[in-house]
Design a protein around this ligand. Structure first.
Ligand SMILES: [Zn+2]
Length: 270
């Protein structure tokens, strides 16, 4: 990824996606907003304890930095599930209030509509972007351990293929800043779920000599995409750990739940 600061707001961009002129995307950071600690400062999280006035101003400043209309923002309440919503013309027109969740219970959103700015909010969970430049289709995915275990990234590739006829070999993907294999310790029970329910647990469960178990969610989501026919050369992994870089990103784990959310935003044809 590369970083750029606009109006004091620090943003990250996937190198591999920046060249598509029909695509706007960015990963926000905690730099450049107005919220006080522990939400300092560019908090986008609606149910974090921060004031709605602060959150509104942060969204407004972020959209201004990206030169997009705040009324085009569309987000869902995320529930660590694997349901996918297609934001079509009808749903786009219903998403009246930009800051509130337009939908409930979806952890992935896909669209072929111009001028919809999809937004996933995270603090340690993995945000993914999938973009098919051939069909002009976009998807954003929220994948913590539960969503990863449920295969939400793979299911979203299937959705692009089945609904829009995307060839997975055409899809460009970005795996955004999130808690890394360096810091993401989990219980034995969670590790066992991956051994039971996935074919790739050996590649993502890390046992160290002290008995701590860590998960590599970046690799897990990468393997899901490769398993669906995406090309490795088309997948960019940010490799930025939110816990190691809590000066840049909100980290739910590191800050023991009292923190904000940063966002992955993307839209077509702005
Ligand atoms: Zn780390």
């Amino acid at each position: 990824m590369k970083s750029n600061t606009v109006n004091g707001i620090q943003l990250f961009f996937f190198n591999s996606l920046a060249r598509y002129i029909c695509l706007v995307h960015a990963v926000s950071t905690r730099i450049g907003g107005i919220s006080p600690q522990p939400f300092a400062s560019l908090n986008l999280g609606l149910h974090t304890g921060d004031s709605f006035a602060n959150i509104t101003k942060n969204h407004t400043a972020l959209c201004k930095a990206l030169n997009v209309n705040i009324r085009s923002l569309v987000s869902s309440s995320q529930v660590h599930g694997s349901k996918i919503v297609y934001v079509d013309r009808q749903l786009q027109s219903k998403a009246a209030c930009a800051l509130q969740h337009a939908f409930k219970g979806y952890d992935a959103m896909v669209t072929d509509r111009p001028d919809v700015l999809l937004l996933i909010r995270v603090a340690d969970c993995v945000p993914l972007i999938l973009f098919d430049p051939a069909k002009k289709i976009l998807a954003l995915v929220h994948a913590g351990w539960k969503g990863t275990l449920a295969g939400i990234a793979a299911k979203t590739v299937d959705e692009l293929a089945n609904r829009f006829g995307s060839d997975p070999g055409d899809i460009r993907a970005g795996i955004g800043p999130s808690i890394g294999p360096c810091c993401y310790t989990v219980t034995e029970d969670i590790a066992q779920k991956f051994y039971r329910q996935t074919s790739y647990a050996d590649n993502i469960v890390i046992n160290n000599t002290a008995g701590a178990i860590r998960l590599n969610l970046w690799e897990a989501n990468m393997l899901q995409l490769l398993g669906r026919g995406c090309r490795k050369s088309h997948i960019e992994v940010a490799g930025l750990c939110t816990s190691c870089n809590s000066h840049l990103f909100f980290s739910y784990r590191r800050e023991k739940g009292k923190t904000g959310r940063f966002g992955l935003l993307a839209g077509l044809s702005f």
